[in-house]
Design a protein around this ligand. Structure first.
Ligand code: SF4
Length: 396
């Protein structure tokens, strides 16, 4: 396997994964673990090495601190994380996002974020109904969500996102409507609305299997349509299946990801896309730590050498055509679809030729449409984008 970086030009999109939460939510399948003092020290030591080694190839225009829950780090560790980030060339940085939990943000941490240059904050609200929040295993209350928005505004942040989840077992249309009404009163310029997915092995999925709960497709469609209508009424447009924004507040980092542009992911479980190859770091903090600071180096005190290549990069080697198919599918999650020339510039393949049959099939079932110079999914196609994606996947 070739090391991905030699000769690589500057990567403009950087993701840093913070793998800690106070405790696991019942539906969560993300790479996160309960925060401990020792683990956060080990994490920061390993991340410091990774960024030291990678920074010569990074000049981010967007930076996204996600998790996990970055805001659960204590003040000292959050400050150290921001210090590590300052070692990167941030001269081109335009958008610096962080994910926070309403239960772990404080005035001091908000001020630290502001001083570090964070200019976009994504708040994991999920619902504004305390009963549903308990059902999800969230550690915050509905009231803390509005308090958080107020605190962040007082600290000077204007570019705020609220994440919510719909399709929770037992949730009704009118409950969702109440949550949306209250969320809209908070007037954040960006909302992310995700349908709950039942990931294998989570407590919520096990509970669902035990009780024989079956998702009600009609209700899910009504919920999604309600979200579309309510947000459109307020001038908040859908730009990706689950993402809605006032003009000018779309998340540039996520857009780069949906367009198949190179990005670098640092930290345990983080993925990178570099020259058409997707790489993943080990998910477990212990494996990540050992790969970044190999044992023999620790013994010799050689902690500044590059991470052990084979342990650190798990390449997902698929052909350029298969990668282009993957990028086609991900890009069609955006309302704007694909401009054919833009797709060609990103992938080297012509969407309208290589997938001509797939485009016709989607059009014939009402899921897709041409626009001058490009193709996009219709409202119906966007609702079932995972099904549309299957048309572009090339198995080898
Ligand atoms: S806060 Fe997010 S990452 Fe952490 S456990 Fe809950 S869903 Fe998972």
């Amino acid at each position: 396997m070739n090391f991905p970086f030699p000769g690589q030009s500057q990567i403009e999109h950087l993701y840093i994964h913070v793998p800690f939460c106070i405790r696991k939510c019942h539906y969560c399948a993300f790479a996160s673990q309960p925060l401990t003092h020792d683990d956060s020290k080990r994490y920061l030591a390993a991340l410091s090495k990774e960024l030291f080694w990678a920074k010569k190839n990074l000049r981010p225009r967007t930076l996204f601190l996600g998790g996990g829950t970055p805001s659960c780090l204590d003040n000292g560790d959050l400050e150290k994380l921001f210090d590590l980030i300052q070692s990167i060339d941030l001269s081109q940085l335009q958008e610096f996002s962080i994910e926070i939990n309403p239960a772990t943000i404080t005035p001091e941490k908000a001020a630290l974020c502001r001083r570090a240059g964070v200019n976009r904050i994504s708040i994991g609200a999920q619902s504004l109904n305390d009963k549903i929040l308990r059902q999800l295993g969230r550690i915050h209350s509905a009231h803390q969500v509005s308090e958080t928005v107020e605190l962040l505004r007082e600290t000077g942040f204007t570019n705020l996102n609220l994440d919510i989840i719909f399709g929770i077992p037992g949730q009704t249309l009118s409950e969702l409507e109440e949550t949306l009404n209250t969320l809209l009163e908070l007037k954040t310029p960006h909302l992310s609305c995700y349908e709950l997915t039942f990931e294998p092995g989570t407590p919520m999925t096990l509970q669902m299997q035990k009780s024989g709960f079956e998702p009600d497709e009609d209700l899910l469609c009504s919920m999604y349509n309600l979200i579309l209508a309510k947000l459109a009424e307020k001038g908040i447009h859908r730009y990706e299946i689950s993402n809605f924004a006032r003009s000018g507040f779309e998340c540039a980092h996520n857009i780069a990801y949906w367009r198949g542009i190179d990005y670098y992911g640092a930290g345990p479980s983080a993925c990178s896309l570099i020259r058409g190859i997707r790489y993943a770091h080990p998910s477990l903090l212990s494996l990540y730590y050992n790969a970044v600071i190999p044992k023999q180096n620790k013994k010799l005190g050689l902690t500044s050498s590059s991470p052990a290549e084979n342990d650190f990069w798990e390449p997902d080697q698929i052909s350029p055509l298969a990668r282009a198919g993957e990028i086609a599918a991900i890009g069609l999650r955006m309302s704007r679809g694909w401009d054919f020339n833009e797709f060609y510039a990103h992938t080297g393949f012509r969407l309208e030729k290589q997938w001509a049959k797939a485009l016709q099939k989607l059009i014939s079932r009402g899921d897709g449409e041409f626009f001058p110079g490009g193709f996009r999914l219709t409202d119906q196609g966007l609702r079932f984008a995972d099904l549309a994606a299957e048309e572009f996947i090339i198995t080898e």
